[in-house]
Design a protein around this ligand. Structure first.
Ligand code: KDO
Length: 333
């Protein structure tokens, strides 16, 4: 036996052994993190998941298999929290509206004109108010909120030009909202006829005229190309919207303390990427839409504030808002 034969044999044996045990074992030991979101690829809260994945690949090489599913291709919009609670999904972003279904006091953040701006939003959710509420979210929904993402400030986007100064001017307008009663209530509070439709169907709905309008933040109007099939944006700024990057408790609790820290850091890096880019883009988009031929108009914001706030205050939603919470939110600067 020549030296080279031995070497080849040793090598073959080693490769076989590796192939038979080590490689699959390594692959198996990777923790799979499935993500599902309705976000379209060009939106910041879709791109932020790549930031999440890259951050984990850097901080914990080979430990995680992060699988990103955009366009609601894995779970329908709004069904993600239940999928996470059942253990069928590891991560997603959940809206205040999703949370309010199981944690009724959270509906305070579904109400128009409560949060003032993205900076206040971050302070509220990264401070004591967030800590208290997210504890309840973890208990009642079996998910852990890892970071708060600014989705943007929602504006009303119309298919045909309309003179909209006050909520009364939206009377009879079929305004698409995501499909839950909390969302529909916001649409009605704006004065419109709220009609439920999944995000993925909005473009066609606007194009064909089954709906007259939709509401979303400007970066989403751009990313989902709603500006191609609409003629006006009314800057109602009715909701400084947030989505909460969350992981199922089952997956989170299965991680080591070091992994928990790395997953949390990756979620915070993802949110920071989203927030920075979204805020920057939001400031530039009015010009972009005008160039695209849309009318961008400003209504009587006082009239919208008063009417929307009065509608919420008179509703059952406000009855379960913890005493003093509005004041604490308002005092957060
Ligand atoms: C929408 O359907 O209008 C909405 O903006 C609601 C959000 O909570 C969130 O689900 C978002 O869509 C999707 O991520 C798509 O951008």
């Amino acid at each position: 036996m020549t030296e080279s034969t031995i070497n080849r044999r040793t090598l073959l044996a080693a490769t076989a052994a590796l192939g038979a045990t080590t490689l699959p074992a390594m692959a198996q030991s990777k923790t799979v993190l499935r993500i599902s979101t309705p976000a379209v690829p060009d939106d910041w809260h879709a791109k932020m998941w790549t930031v999440f994945k890259d951050a984990l690949e850097k901080s914990a090489p080979g430990e995680f298999d992060v699988q990103i599913n955009l366009n609601a291709s894995l779970f329908k919009q709004g069904t993600e929290p239940a999928a996470m609670a059942r253990g069928n999904l590891e991560l997603s972003t959940v809206s205040a509206f999703d949370i309010a279904k199981l944690v009724p006091e959270f509906s305070i953040f579904t109400a128009g004109y409560v949060i003032r701006d993205p900076a206040q939003q971050q302070k509220v959710f990264n401070g004591p108010i967030g800590a208290e509420l997210f504890k309840t979210v973890a208990e009642k929904m079996d998910i852990t909120v890892l970071s708060t993402c600014y989705l943007g400030t929602r504006q009303v986007n119309l298919r045909e030009v309309r003179n909209v100064k006050t909520p009364a001017d939206l009377k009879g307008v079929k305004l698409r909202m995501p499909g839950s009663k909390e969302w529909l209530f916001l649409g009605e509070a704006l004065g419109a006829t709220a009609t439920p439709l999944a995000f993925g169907e909005v473009y066609l709905g606007l194009k064909t005229g089954t709906i007259d309008a939709q509401d979303n933040p400007l970066p989403t109007v751009r990313a989902a190309k709603f500006y191609e099939v609409t003629k006006q944006i009314v800057m109602t700024s009715h909701l400084v919207d947030g989505i909460f990057l969350s992981i199922s408790n089952k997956s989170f609790n299965a991680l080591s303390p070091a992994q928990k820290q790395k997953v949390t850091a990756a979620a915070q890096a993802a949110a920071a990427f989203n927030n920075d880019n979204r805020i920057k883009e939001e400031a530039q988009l009015v010009e972009f839409f005008k160039k695209e031929g849309l009318q961008v108009t400003t209504p009587d914001l006082d009239a919208f504030h008063k009417s929307v706030q009065a509608t919420y205050q008179a509703s059952d939603y406000a009855k379960v808002w913890p005493k003093g919470l509005i004041e604490r939110i308002n005092a957060t600067k």
